[in-house]
Design a protein. Structure first.
Length: 129
Protein backbone atom coordinates (compact mmCIF):
# COMPACT_ATOMS: atom_id res chain seq x y z
CA UNK A 1 0.00 0.00 0.00
CA UNK A 2 1.25 3.47 -0.83
CA UNK A 3 1.20 6.24 1.75
CA UNK A 4 -0.15 9.49 0.35
CA UNK A 5 -1.09 12.75 1.95
CA UNK A 6 -4.78 13.58 1.83
CA UNK A 7 -4.46 17.36 1.68
CA UNK A 8 -3.52 19.00 -1.60
CA UNK A 9 -0.24 20.87 -1.71
CA UNK A 10 -1.66 24.01 -3.27
CA UNK A 11 -5.19 25.26 -2.97
CA UNK A 12 -6.96 26.33 -6.11
CA UNK A 13 -4.94 24.30 -8.63
CA UNK A 14 -3.86 20.76 -9.44
CA UNK A 15 -0.26 21.01 -8.24
CA UNK A 16 -0.80 18.27 -5.65
CA UNK A 17 -2.29 15.92 -8.24
CA UNK A 18 0.44 16.67 -10.76
CA UNK A 19 3.11 16.25 -8.09
CA UNK A 20 1.67 12.86 -7.14
CA UNK A 21 1.82 11.80 -10.80
CA UNK A 22 5.46 12.84 -11.00
CA UNK A 23 6.16 11.10 -7.70
CA UNK A 24 4.52 7.92 -9.02
CA UNK A 25 6.92 8.03 -11.99
CA UNK A 26 9.88 8.61 -9.66
CA UNK A 27 8.69 5.71 -7.50
CA UNK A 28 8.38 3.37 -10.51
CA UNK A 29 11.91 4.27 -11.59
CA UNK A 30 13.21 3.76 -8.04
CA UNK A 31 11.37 0.45 -7.75
CA UNK A 32 12.96 -0.73 -11.01
CA UNK A 33 16.39 0.37 -9.80
CA UNK A 34 16.22 -0.62 -6.11
CA UNK A 35 13.59 -3.38 -6.11
CA UNK A 36 12.06 -4.31 -2.77
CA UNK A 37 14.01 -1.58 -0.98
CA UNK A 38 11.30 0.80 -2.28
CA UNK A 39 8.08 0.05 -0.47
CA UNK A 40 5.96 3.20 -0.84
CA UNK A 41 5.95 6.90 -1.55
CA UNK A 42 4.62 9.95 0.25
CA UNK A 43 4.29 13.58 -0.77
CA UNK A 44 5.24 16.10 1.90
CA UNK A 45 2.41 18.60 2.09
CA UNK A 46 3.72 21.08 4.64
CA UNK A 47 3.30 24.76 3.95
CA UNK A 48 6.89 25.62 4.85
CA UNK A 49 9.97 24.61 2.90
CA UNK A 50 11.58 21.48 4.40
CA UNK A 51 14.98 23.05 3.86
CA UNK A 52 14.65 26.21 5.91
CA UNK A 53 11.32 25.63 7.70
CA UNK A 54 10.82 29.38 7.37
CA UNK A 55 9.61 30.28 3.88
CA UNK A 56 6.44 29.15 2.13
CA UNK A 57 6.66 26.76 -0.77
CA UNK A 58 5.66 28.42 -4.02
CA UNK A 59 6.66 28.72 -7.64
CA UNK A 60 10.23 29.76 -8.32
CA UNK A 61 11.82 31.67 -11.16
CA UNK A 62 14.21 29.46 -13.11
CA UNK A 63 15.86 30.79 -16.25
CA UNK A 64 13.23 33.53 -16.36
CA UNK A 65 10.23 31.20 -16.20
CA UNK A 66 7.91 30.00 -13.44
CA UNK A 67 8.82 26.56 -12.18
CA UNK A 68 8.50 24.32 -9.16
CA UNK A 69 11.30 22.36 -7.58
CA UNK A 70 9.97 18.85 -7.02
CA UNK A 71 12.47 16.51 -5.47
CA UNK A 72 12.59 13.17 -3.74
CA UNK A 73 14.73 11.16 -1.40
CA UNK A 74 14.50 7.63 -0.10
CA UNK A 75 13.89 7.41 3.63
CA UNK A 76 15.74 4.13 3.96
CA UNK A 77 14.53 2.98 7.39
CA UNK A 78 10.99 2.71 5.95
CA UNK A 79 11.80 2.25 2.27
CA UNK A 80 9.65 5.24 1.37
CA UNK A 81 10.30 7.74 -1.38
CA UNK A 82 9.43 11.16 0.05
CA UNK A 83 8.57 13.78 -2.53
CA UNK A 84 8.84 17.45 -1.67
CA UNK A 85 9.01 21.00 -2.96
CA UNK A 86 11.53 23.66 -1.97
CA UNK A 87 11.20 27.41 -1.62
CA UNK A 88 12.98 29.59 -4.15
CA UNK A 89 15.85 30.49 -1.81
CA UNK A 90 16.69 26.88 -0.91
CA UNK A 91 16.26 25.64 -4.50
CA UNK A 92 18.53 28.34 -5.90
CA UNK A 93 21.13 27.64 -3.23
CA UNK A 94 21.22 23.96 -4.21
CA UNK A 95 21.36 24.83 -7.94
CA UNK A 96 24.26 27.23 -7.33
CA UNK A 97 26.18 24.73 -5.21
CA UNK A 98 25.61 21.98 -7.79
CA UNK A 99 27.23 24.15 -10.44
CA UNK A 100 30.32 24.55 -8.23
CA UNK A 101 30.45 20.94 -6.97
CA UNK A 102 28.32 18.59 -9.10
CA UNK A 103 26.94 15.50 -7.33
CA UNK A 104 28.06 16.75 -3.91
CA UNK A 105 25.49 17.10 -1.16
CA UNK A 106 25.38 20.31 0.83
CA UNK A 107 24.61 20.71 4.54
CA UNK A 108 21.16 21.85 3.39
CA UNK A 109 20.52 18.35 2.01
CA UNK A 110 21.03 16.88 5.49
CA UNK A 111 18.60 19.43 6.94
CA UNK A 112 16.01 18.63 4.28
CA UNK A 113 16.26 14.89 4.86
CA UNK A 114 16.05 15.25 8.64
CA UNK A 115 13.04 17.59 8.43
CA UNK A 116 11.25 15.34 5.96
CA UNK A 117 11.91 12.20 8.00
CA UNK A 118 10.48 13.97 11.06
CA UNK A 119 7.42 15.09 9.07
CA UNK A 120 6.87 11.57 7.73
CA UNK A 121 7.07 10.05 11.20
CA UNK A 122 4.57 12.66 12.47
CA UNK A 123 2.31 11.71 9.55
CA UNK A 124 2.53 8.02 10.49
CA UNK A 125 1.77 8.87 14.12
CA UNK A 126 -1.32 10.81 13.05
CA UNK A 127 -2.65 7.68 11.34
CA UNK A 128 -2.49 5.83 14.65
CA UNK A 129 -4.37 8.56 16.52
Amino acid sequence: MTARSRRRHRSGDDAGTEAEKILELMYAQGKAQFGDAMKSFWLYDGDLCPGCLARPIDRIKFKGKDAVSINGFIYRPRGVLIGYFLCEVCAKYIFKEAEKNPYKETPLHADIERNLADAYLRYLSSLDA
